[in-house]
Design a protein around this ligand. Structure first.
Ligand code: C2O
Ligand code: CU
Ligand code: CU
Length: 363
């Protein structure tokens, strides 16, 4: 199967576990792209082999542009000053083949592949770089920052740009999450983007990975200052919701006490409505909760507003042990009483173990 992660689309095109592409077969879904520009991705989605298939390479990126974003004075020359970075940790056997341990708690590697390559290096011809980063790892969480601790600006989340750039020294990305950042190289100094991983939970094999070595070129193009205002997002209004749907992320890779059953629809949502989904984590490890079809907004974590760089469009949100996270989602455009969308933990081994449920949107 091939799923379009982050896309708003009809269920028949979603590429979930029901849309199997047999050996030698071709699957040609079509859908209209009705959402803001951002960086999305696609990957295999066939439990219990999503983890191994993605690990072997069945994943890739999709850039979506829109007019509002295109008008902004942001670096946007693909491969020159607008660089995608797909972070995937891997372990290799002695003979150089990929080693997939199959660990149910989450498969973690000891080397970092970035866009499929080892030790990448970039000579930047531009004073400012826009990096679009995807944590495409099976299970590792990362905290990303630069070797000299310089500040940088986060300008986007999973599904689009933030309202304004936010200065940060680090950003966290769980499996499935994306961010867009701008780094300023006007001091001319070489710098390394690093990822610190504490593993996939509280007990982890902490490891530091070099993600990208950046060498500013002597003849760097000067660029405009970062716009102070990027896009306008409506403030999420919980009063629009018709109700709250609870999801308990529990021990034993369960959601609401159940493991995934392809023949069971867990939730039914009505087209044209807005809902609050409330995820509570009663287990011992964090889970990145992902929902198909919609970009949502985070309302609060344990009752407190989310960090400023989490106030954009999201399709994946980390729920830490003991935490209760509320998000606001609107179901517009597509309904299908039979074909479901998925919600699940984006630790791919948790997902493969059954930490997933199905919802339909009915007209
Ligand atoms: Cu990125 Cu249901 O997946
Ligand atoms: Cu998805
Ligand atoms: Cu999980």
């Amino acid at each position: 199967t091939l799923h379009w992660h982050g896309f708003h689309l009809p269920a028949y095109a979603d590429g979930g576990p029901h849309q199997i592409i047999k050996d030698g077969a071709t699957w040609s879904p079509q859908f209209e792209v009705k959402q803001r520009g951002s960086m999305f991705w696609y990957h295999s989605h066939l439990p219990p082999v999503t983890g191994p298939q993605v690990y072997q390479g069945l994943a890739g990126l999709i850039y979506v542009d829109d007019e509002e974003t295109g008008r902004l004075d942001l670096p946007n020359e693909y491969g020159v000053d607008d660089i995608p970075l797909v972070l995937q940790d891997r372990t290799f056997d002695d003979d150089g083949s990929l080693f997939y341990s199959g660990m149910m708690m989450g498969v973690m590697g000891n080397v970092m592949l970035v866009n499929g390559s080892l030790n990448p290096y970039l000579e930047s011809k531009s004073q400012k770089l826009r990096l679009r980063i995807l944590n495409g790892s099976n299970a590792r969480f990362y905290s990303l920052g630069f070797s000299d601790a310089r500040l940088f600006s986060q300008i986007g989340t999973d599904g689009g740009l933030l309202e304004r750039p936010i200065d940060v020294s680090h950003i966290s990305l769980a499996p499935g999450e994306r961010a867009q950042v701008i780094v300023d190289l006007s001091d001319g100094r070489p710098v390394v983007l690093r990822a610190v991983s504490s593993g996939s939970g509280p007990v982890g094999s902490e490891q530091v990975f070099d993600v990208l070595r950046i060498q500013p070129d002597l003849e760097r193009a000067r660029v405009a200052a970062l716009p102070s205002r990027l896009v306008t997002l409506d403030p999420p209004d919980p009063a629009q919701a018709i109700g709250t749907r609870p999801f308990v992320l529990g021990m034993g890779m369960t959601i609401n006490g159940k493991r995934m059953d392809r023949n069971r629809i867990d939730e039914t949502v009505r087209l044209g409505t807005t809902e609050i989904w409330e995820m509570s984590n009663t287990s011992m490890v964090p889970h990145p909760f992902h929902v198909h079809d919609v970009q949502f907004r985070i309302l609060d974590r344990n009752g407190s507003p989310p960090a400023r760089n989490e106030r954009g469009l999201k399709d994946t949100v980390v729920v830490n042990p003991g935490e209760r996270v509320r998000v606001l989602l609107s179901f517009t455009d597509y309904s299908d009483p039979y074909l479901p969308y998925m919600y699940h933990c984006h630790n791919l081994e948790h997902e493969d173990t059954g930490m997933m449920g199905q919802f339909v949107v009915t007209g």
